[in-house]
Design a protein around this ligand. Structure first.
Ligand code: ZN
Ligand code: FE
Length: 293
């Protein structure tokens, strides 16, 4: 006969103990923060003065090619290292940044990532990407920065945790891109965004223009000591036919006249003392367009 269930105090005791244990905070397990394995960057010089960058994550084995002007040199470096191409990352629509897209996609099955504002001008786009959007390369994250000026839809890929910036034809070592589509104001705003990144951010631009840019920069700021020192290093590198990239944001802030239009030295040499930055920037860009040493 059912009905009377004797209370089993021992069972209740066990049960309440288990309930009590289950609400205790779980002791924090101390995981070691393994340092993220670094991304490997390969610099591939192509055409007259272009660079294609391969970004490889040794953990996930994912690889991205930034601004492939040509496909074959990328395929060669991939084969040499036994890497598979995951992505092409285009910064803007100019042919010397996109010409390798279709062949790379055909040969490797990679995905092509390109700025959404220029996707119809870029061959083979799989994913159009805009300001603030992110892209994962293994455990590494690239954030897209809209930096119009050279072209209207120009973007940069910024790997914030890794301190890497791929900025196409916007910020160059000691220089900046020409204003093909945008205004001086747009370019100045874009350069300021890049200039605000952390000091030690490595700057990978798409062209080797450093020597010519430096000569112009020295014309504008002949007494800039850091600029003098940087030019010495750059001359040595170029003598050995070595790339002058990457630069850093701190070095660019100290030596790149286009990031220094608020400096009295730059304003004085342009006869633009106390003018607003956009006006000084526009004048500086105009002078550079017609500068032949
Ligand atoms: Zn360009
Ligand atoms: Fe270019």
């Amino acid at each position: 006969m059912r009905g009377f269930i004797p209370i089993n105090w021992a069972e209740i005791g066990t049960l309440s103990f288990l309930v009590w244990v289950s609400v205790l905070p779980i002791p924090k397990l101390r995981f070691h923060r393994y340092q993220k394995s670094m991304l490997t960057i390969k610099i591939i010089p192509v055409l007259e003065d272009n660079y294609i960058y391969l970004i490889h994550d040794p953990v996930s084995k994912q690889t991205a090619a930034v601004d492939p002007a040509e496909a074959q040199p990328v395929l060669d470096v991939l084969a040499e290292n036994g890497w598979q191409l995951t992505y092409v990352l285009n910064t803007h629509h100019h042919w010397d940044h996109t010409n390798g897209n279709l062949l790379l996609k055909q040969k490797t099955g990679c995905q092509i990532i390109a700025p959404s504002a220029e996707q119809h001008k870029i061959p083979g786009v799989d994913r159009a990407i805009s300001d603030h959007e992110t892209l994962a390369l293994g455990a590494h994250t690239a954030t897209v920065m809209a930096i119009p000026g050279h072209t209207l839809g120009h973007i940069a890929y910024y790997f914030g945790d890794d301190g890497l910036l791929f900025c196409g034809d916007t910020l160059f070592v000691m220089g900046c891109g020409r204003l093909f589509e945008g205004t001086a104001e747009q370019m100045w705003t874009s350069l300021q965004k890049l200039s605000d990144l952390p000091d030690d951010t490595l700057v990978y631009c798409t062209h080797e223009y450093s020597q010519a840019n430096g000569l112009f920069a020295q014309r504008i700021e002949p007494d800039n000591q850091q600029l003098k020192e940087k030019m010495q290093r750059i001359k040595q590198l170029r003598k050995q036919n070595l790339p002058t990239v990457p630069s850093t944001i701190a070095e660019e802030r100290a030596t790149n006249p286009f990031l220094r239009v608020d400096q009295v030295s730059v304003q004085t040499s342009l006869n633009q003392l106390q003018q607003d930055p956009v006006t000084v920037f526009a004048e500086l860009r105009k002078r550079k367009d017609t500068f032949f040493q």
